[in-house]
Design a protein around this ligand. Structure first.
Ligand SMILES: Cc1cc2nc3c(=O)[nH]c(=O)nc-3n(C[C@H](O)[C@H](O)[C@H](O)COP(=O)(O)OP(=O)(O)OC[C@H]3O[C@@H](n4cnc5c(N)ncnc54)[C@H](O)[C@@H]3O)c2cc1C
Length: 454
């Protein structure tokens, strides 16, 4: 379809041409995410973009676009806030970028603690509104301030809170997702219970989310604190104990080896020169006990302050999860990362092996999280100093050889970057929800459709 015809058809469907964006710089910006964290993806994806951006404000408009896309064979790539990694929302085959940011209405917090909202609602909005009513998010990514609920469910996996509640796919943390299918007559379907897994973490390839329902937890009065230890090993052991021992009520347990804390220039008051650092969010009622336990373990509390909501300053979670990589890249753009799961039983030996093989090319940064069986896992987003793609792959291969699981953030497909289901549920569901493979084509590489040139 000619660009001008595409623009006028989408404007007609929305009934408002101001919500169809064609300015080249705007389309470029809204076609991109944080793919540049990966030097490999940066090369592969920098010239990819959509043909135009459409900004729906209602389910009906999403349905109209979906029906048109099916009829005209036009790809549709859905976008939340574009904070995803792996180039998740970068269109590989042009077409429409469906920017959901205007569908940002918070509908309800139910009496049993479920947040019901439109997909473009920012997680910070949900957290603030929930806490005002005695609830809070069970988990949020460190991109809390910007990330949308729909983008988190389609592209994220867990975050601050996962040490207590597990990941998005665990423990009924997601209660419902309404999708619009891409078919001749698009359907609106509410997926609940086990059906959630048909569409969760599918990078926008299995229906367009138009409503999400997130389970909340009763709000806790949290204190965020920084704890410094002479060695990484002591810091890791202490963090593991706090994370795994059910007596501690915590929302975040993060460990950084030195020199990672030296990258945190805006919060240098939390950093002790040359020491490993733990960032912990602990129930305020337990802060005195945590202080005593820290001293007993040979550590020192370098900072403690109340968490009062997403606008708390400083907000220590801004330095955790994948934000750690961002601070490292600000210090030296050659830092990149991998996403790893160390073994709860063999982590110390795995650290030693990697240090012996790769020295300080890899720096340890641990995010403790509960897995679906309730076991505490030293999840990790280690920093890797990039020298070449071959060396990066050698580090990844070595991790796998020694039993460290890797979700490879330098690959642009759902299958390669971790959390793809081995039971093929997502592929089978797509045959029903997006039979022509028009949603974010090229990202679910094992889905075969005849209709789209990928
Ligand atoms: C600094 C940094 C820190 C991060 N920390 C974390 C973390 O702690 N935990 C974590 O899990 N992730 C993390 N991420 C990744 C990312 O922030 C999260 O996945 C985030 O939730 C994405 O939300 P978004 O609105 O920006 O989604 P986008 O980036 O816009 O989209 C992500 C994916 O979801 C799809 N999508 C978006 N909206 C919809 C919709 N309505 N319907 C269907 N598909 C849709 C897109 O097509 C894309 O494939 C981090 C990223 C960065 C850059």
């Amino acid at each position: 379809m000619k660009p001008e015809d595409l623009r006028s058809e989408v404007a007609r469907l929305l009934g408002d041409e101001t919500r169809v964006l064609t300015n080249a710089a705007v389309v470029e910006r809204l076609s991109k995410d944080f793919y540049w964290y990966s030097p490999v993806l940066r090369r592969q994806l920098e010239d990819k973009r959509g043909d135009l951006v459409a900004q729906p404000v209602s389910r009906d408009e999403v349905c109209a676009i979906a029906g048109f896309a099916w009829q005209a064979g036009v790809p549709v790539t859905v976008r939340g806030a574009g904070t995803g990694n792996y180039g998740q929302c970068i269109p590989l085959a042009g077409g429409i970028v469906l920017d959901m940011s205007r569908m940002d209405r918070m509908d309800e917090i139910t009496a049993d603690g479920t947040a019901v909202c439109q997909p473009g609602t920012r997680l910070a909005t949900i957290e603030a509104e929930a806490r005002a009513k005695g609830w809070e998010l069970r988990m949020y990514p460190s991109t809390l301030a910007k990330a949308t609920a729909g983008g988190f469910l389609a592209g994220g996996s867990g975050g601050i809170g996962s040490v207590k509640h597990g990941g998005l796919r665990d423990f009924d943390n997601v209660r419902g997702i309404e999708i619009v299918t891409v078919e001749e007559k698009p359907r609106r379907l509410l997926r609940t219970g086990g059906e959630i897994h048909e569409v969760l973490h599918c990078w926008g390839t299995n229906g367009i989310f138009t409503e999400v329902r997130l389970a909340l937890a009763p709000a806790v009065e949290w204190t965020q604190c920084a704890l410094a230890f002479d060695s990484y090993e002591e810091c890791f052991d202490f963090g593991f104990e706090i994370a795994a021992n059910a007596k501690w009520d915590k929302r975040l347990v993060t460990i950084f080896e030195w020199p990672i804390p030296s990258f945190f220039s805006p919060i240098s008051q939390t950093v002790a020169e040359g020491k490993a650092l733990a960032f912990v969010m602990i129930a305020s009622a337990q802060m005195d006990a945590l202080r005593a336990a820290t001293t007993k373990a040979g550590g020192e509390v370098t900072f403690a302050g109340a968490y009062t909501g997403p606008k708390t300053q400083p907000l220590l979670s801004d330095y955790t999860w994948n934000h750690t990589t961002l601070w490292a890249m600000k210090a030296d753009p050659l830092w990149t990362y991998i996403q790893a799961g160390f073994s709860p039983d063999r982590a110390r030996e795995q650290f030693r092996t990697l240090r012996e093989r790769f020295g300080r090319e890899i720096l340890f940064h641990i995010e403790f999280m509960k897995n679906g069986e309730g076991r505490m896992i030293p999840g990790s987003i280690p920093l890797v100093y990039f020298t070449s793609e071959e060396r990066l792959n050698e580090i990844i291969d070595t991790c796998r050889e020694i039993g460290v699981s890797i979700a490879n953030p330098h690959m642009n497909s759902l299958e390669d970057s971790g959390r793809f289901r081995s039971d093929n549920l997502q592929i089978r569901s797509r045959q029903s929800y997006d039979p022509r493979g028009l949603l974010n084509p090229g990202k679910m590489i094992s889905y075969k459709s005849e209709a789209v040139a990928q």
